[in-house]
Design a protein around this ligand. Structure first.
Ligand code: GAR
Length: 208
């Protein structure tokens, strides 16, 4: 059984896709042992509670400085010793200590085809605003392992999504979620749980 900790910040639709994937059997041999959130008002927390999953909220507002917040975050992850940490719309830069400790065991979903529209400042709806501003005809989503850079870790899987002329950032975000994110993330977790994902020299091989 793969014990996963899922980190969230907002709506939690990707978390929901994982919960549903586990319930429906598309994500096998996986259990979500804890949902971690930095935002006490996040809908994602309710989704976790509705599914009977333990939640922990670690908000930066409750700590004197960044170092103490990061320490609390790492402690909360360590408490459940997960096999995998899933960043599912987690809008916090992961502490370096956590990245080192869980090397190749942290994955992130990003709503573009990396290396386009990623890195500092590109998150959530901003990614789709930038894609539309640039006039790309194809965008998508990427699941990758997390390293010390911003969206620079080894890519596991990507899925392309068409951009339409009349798209708004919101309509594009919705299509990228529906067609790419909610499919990709459960798929990747399922393959990691099955031991089918290998990382070597910064490159990922997936046995399908
Ligand atoms: C998703 O689109 C996810 O890809 C994105 O935030 C959204 C969270 O939605 N993540 C990033 O931009 C990370 N750089 P959700 O809370 O409904 O899953």
């Amino acid at each position: 059984m793969l014990r996963a900790a899922v980190c969230v910040s907002g709506g939690g639709t990707n978390l929901q896709a994982i919960i549903d994937g586990i319930a429906q059997g598309a994500v096998a041999h996986t259990e979500i042992v804890r949902v971690l959130c930095n935002n006490p008002g996040a809908r994602a927390l309710e989704r976790a509670k509705e599914a009977g999953i333990e939640t922990v909220c670690v908000s930066p507002k409750d700590y004197a400085d960044r170092a103490q917040f990061e320490e609390a975050l790492v402690r909360s992850v360590d408490e459940v010793s997960p096999d995998l940490i899933v960043l599912a719309g987690f809008m916090v830069k992961v502490p370096v200590e956590m990245i080192k400790k869980y090397e190749n065991r942290i994955i992130n979903i990003h709503p573009s085809l990396i290396p386009a529209f990623c890195g500092t400042g590109y998150y959530g709806i901003r990614v789709h605003e930038a894609a539309l501003a640039r006039g790309v005809k194809i965008t998508g989503a990427t699941v990758h392992f997390v390293d010390e850079g911003m969206d620079t870790g080894p890519i596991i899987k990507q899925k392309a999504v068409k951009v339409y002329e009349n798209d708004t950032p919101e309509s594009l975000q919705k299509r990228v979620m529906e067609e790419a994110e909610w499919v990709l993330l459960p798929w990747c977790i399922n393959h990691i749980a099955a031991g089918k994902v290998k990382v070597e020299n910064g490159r990922v091989t997936v046995m399908e």
